[in-house]
Each structure stands twice: as C-alpha cells, then as structure tokens.
Design a protein around this ligand. Structure first.
Ligand code: ADP
Length: 175
C-alpha cells in the first residue's frame, strides 16, 4: 500500500492545496494531510480549527485523512510508514527551498519528495496572500471553499475588533 503525506500549515486550506490533495488521492492508496505545528509562525487558526476545516472539505475523498505533527516531517513519515512527501510547485520561486528540503529529507531518512505542478489558475495562490487580501476587504471567494471563507471572514473580523488574539499556532490547541 502506498501512503503519502501532503504537509503544510494550511492556514487556511485553499483550492490550490485541495487540487494537489485531490490529484494525489487519485494516484496513491492513501493520502495523509499533515498540519505542521510551527512555533515560530503566528497563525490565524489553531491547529484544531485547521484540522476541522480540512476534514470538512475533504470528506468526499475516502482515502484522505488529516493529522497534525510537531517535529521533523521525516520522523512523522517513519512513524507512519509513509514513503513519500507530495508537494505542489507553484513557480520557480518555490523551487529553491523545496529542492533543499527534498534533498535534506532524502539524506536524513530516505524519504522521497514528489512534486506536482500546480494548475495554472492556482499558481499565484497562497494562504498568506488570501489572508492579506481578505484583511483589506478584497474578494477571495474564488480561492477557498465556502465554509473556509466564512470562518476566515469571521476570524478576521474578530481580529480586527480585538476579540481574538493572534494564535501562536498551538496555544489555543493546548500544545
Ligand atoms: P507552508 O506554510 O509550508 O508554505 P502551506 O500550507 O502554505 O505551507 O502550503 C503547503 C504546501 O501546499 C506547499 O508546500 C505546496 O506544496 C502546496 N501548495 C500551497 N499552495 C498551493 C497552490 N496554490 N498550488 C499548488 N500547491 C500549493
């Protein structure tokens, strides 16, 4: 059985992520979406919230599961019998860093990384850009599932009114 992982912050999940996940699920027996806990990076949603949103949006994909991980991705792969990491490549700008990570992960644990070219309509799409545009009232409805869009708008309004502090990724998640 071929099990692969699609790792990332998913803060929040976009159609760009979902495209890669959906295409990977057609090739492999099982796809695990790993929400990586990054203590350095502040996030809009807690890890639990992100997992819930992802679960909601991938519920139609029967061979896709969602998990979180705090630590080295290769350790997660080893612990869960995952032989490969699947990543989307948007543009040349992604390539330098991704190549370095892929080579390091191969060196560290023999875990392979497979790159999937994004569909052109998602090549400019990132969670951070979507959040930035939405913060200033821009229309990002084409780039996110409706449930995610609604939750993001609610959260951004809370942040704006000061009723929700920036999550330090795992604070609210109790980690
Ligand atoms: P990170 O915080 O590690 O950059 P993201 O959640 O932003 O994580 O993205 C996780 C991964 O999802 C990326 O490394 C990339 O492989 C893929 N990805 C993100 N956005 C897109 C997109 N628009 N098209 C294709 N792949 C994407």
């Amino acid at each position: 059985m071929k099990r692969v992982v699609c790792p990332g912050s998913f803060d929040p999940i976009t159609h760009g992520h979902l495209d890669i996940i959906g295409r990977a699920s057609e090739i492999y027996d099982e796809v695990v979406i790993a929400v990586l806990v990054n203590r350095e990076k502040s996030s809009l949603f807690t890890v639990e919230e992100r997992i819930e949103m992802i679960n909601e949006t991938v519920k139609g994909l029967k061979n896709v599961t969602v998990d979180s991980w705090s630590g080295l991705l290769v350790d997660y792969c080893r612990a869960n019998s995952i032989s490969a990491i699947v990543k989307g490549l948007r543009a040349v700008s992604d390539f330098d860093y991704e190549l370095q990570m892929a080579q390091m992960n191969q060196e560290l644990a023999g875990v392979e990384t497979l790159f999937m070219a994004t569909r052109p309509q998602y090549s400019f799409l990132s969670s951070s850009l979507v959040k930035e545009i939405a913060t200033y009232g821009g229309d990002v409805s084409a780039h996110l599932p409706k449930t995610v869009l609604d939750l993001m708008q609610t959260r951004l309004a809370e942040v704006k009114s000061g009723s929700s502090a920036d999550n330090k990724d795992d604070e609210k998640a109790g980690r």
